[in-house]
Each structure stands twice: as C-alpha cells, then as structure tokens.
Design a protein around this ligand. Sequence first.
Ligand SMILES: NC(=O)c1ccc[n+]([C@@H]2O[C@H](COP(=O)([O-])OP(=O)(O)OC[C@H]3O[C@@H](n4cnc5c(N)ncnc54)[C@H](OP(=O)(O)O)[C@@H]3O)[C@@H](O)[C@H]2O)c1
Length: 291
Amino acid sequence: MPKPLIIITGKDGQLGFELQQLQQQFSSEFDFLFTNRNDLDLMDAASIEAFIRQHQPKYFINCAAYTAVDKAETENDIAFAINENAPVIIAKVCNEINCQFIHISTDYVFDGEKKSPYLPTDAINPLNVYGASKAAGERLVVENNDKAIIIRTSWVYSSHGKNFVKTMLKLMNERDEINVVDDQIGCPTYAADLASAIIQMIVKLNNDSLLNHSNIYHYSNTGNISWFQFAQAIQAIAKLNCVVKPIASASYLTPAKRSSYSVMDTSDIVKDFGVEIKEWRNSLELMIQNL
Ligand SMILES: NC(=O)c1ccc[n+]([C@@H]2O[C@H](COP(=O)([O-])OP(=O)(O)OC[C@H]3O[C@@H](n4cnc5c(N)ncnc54)[C@H](OP(=O)(O)O)[C@@H]3O)[C@@H](O)[C@H]2O)c1
C-alpha cells in the first residue's frame, strides 16, 4: 500500500527547513513533497488546485506565507494574495479530496490588549496589514474546510533563515552596545520544536482518523519575555561582550504597529495531541549550539 503523502510548502523558509530535517526519521510512515515558490507559486491561484489534485496528498502543511511584516504595510495586495487567497484555495481543494489541511498562522491576529495568555477562542483584532491578511486567511480557511487545523505561532526562529536571534548575534558581534524594546511581551518559538509538534500531530491523526480536534491551536515554547529579555539571553548563551539596553517601542518606530502582549495559551495542543512543549530558554540554547 502506498504511504500517505504530506505536501509541505515554504521549504526554503524557517519552518519548512526544519520539517525537512525530520523527513528521514518519518520516511517509513510517510512520503514527503516539499515545495518552494518555483514548484508551487502561491500567487498563481490557478496552479494551486491543479497541483494538489495531481499529487493527491493525505496531508498538506502550508508553511509558506508573506512574512515581511513592515513591507506588508505597502504591499497589501501581495500579502492578502499569499496569506488569504492561497490558503482558501488550498482549504477548498483539501476538503474536496479528503486531505487534512494544516495551516500556520500568527500571534499578530491579536491586538495585545489582553493581560493573560490568549486562548484560541479569544477575539482577534489585528493591528497591522500582515496580521489582517493572516486573520482573513484563518477565517476563510475554517469557513471552507471544517476539518482544517490552524496553528498560530509566535516569534519564530531557526538556525536557517532570517530571524531575531541571528540578527542579534550579528549585531552583538559588530557593536559594543545595542538597544532592544522592552515593552512588547511574547514567547519565542524554535521552528525545530514546532516542526516536531506538527509531525507528531500528523502521526496521531494518521493513527486515528476519527480523532476529535478543534480548528485553531496555539503553539510557542513556554514562558513569556520581552524582546529585550530575549536579547539578553542570546547574549548570555553566546557569551558575547555587547551591552544590551532596554528601550521603549515609542523610541523604535516601525512601519507596522506591534502588539505589546502576544503570549498564547498552548494547553489545547498539549491536551488534544499530547505534544510536549519545551521551555523557551532550553530551545534557544539548543539552537545556538546548532549554529
Ligand atoms: N517568522 C515568525 O516570527 C512568525 C511568527 C508567527 C507566525 N509565523 C508564521 O509561521 C509560518 C512559517 O513562517 P517562517 O518563519 O517559516 O516564514 P519564512 O521563513 O519567511 O518562510 C516563508 C516561506 O514562504 C515562501 N513564500 C513566500 N511567498 C510565496 C509564494 N508566492 N509562493 C510560494 N512560497 C512563497 C517564502 O519563499 P521565498 O523565500 O522565495 O520568499 C519562504 O520560503 C508562516 O505562516 C508565518 O506567517 C511566523
């Protein structure tokens, strides 16, 4: 009997890269097809349906996204095409061919007004275009595919690709002192941990096709910190001499507005899928070792 096929978009991104690292470990159970923009361009609406129908996957993980948060403020159309239109097409086709769709979303769907961890059921109210495009995608994915799973994650980093950790390490090697905002609280996510959680979810779904699950889950490492505290930890773990100073967001203006609080409650994904979630600092240490 052929193995179930998992299609994964965004293979050159952080999460797509980390999923590729798991391919060999799970190759006896699943076939994998990783795609980048050249294999499947999410801007090309017409080709998405044809691609999925041609390959008939059992699982489809959409890691590709328009992720340039500040640029999205001026590239509204492109952000919505990739983060709203494309996931909706995928959701519809997956529904028709009975393929489990797993879509990745963001803490930026929230406005940060809450003072305790956001639940998957909390009201969304994005503050910027990127968040609005992801929120629109979420809503229509669920409307068009009641079995779809959306995983919201936050502050993603990996040894591969561009992210806060690598930027900090570069700046800390170049400068004696850096300023980092201290009034935005969230939780980092090591993409390798999220990749492993997603595969565990698929294994569980594959073993139990009747498994009861919700549409929306939250996943980040555990804990909550400011970007300043995150930078301090990076500096300490990497043993760099640079001085890290806290500043207010008001003195570090960016085109896109950021929320001051985006910690998410991850208990549902633990309860329904039994995934274990590592503490943020342990994962950061591992990532820096892996560099
Ligand atoms: N990074 C974060 O801090 C963060 C936080 C919360 C949620 N998320 C979500 O987590 C998911 C994974 O993020 P990530 O950090 O792995 O993102 P990433 O590193 O920016 O990777 C995104 C990938 O999407 C691809 N892509 C963009 N436009 C495309 C198109 N038209 N067709 C096909 N592929 C396209 C990119 O390809 P190119 O390299 O060719 O552009 C890139 O490889 C995304 O849904 C993101 O919204 C990320």
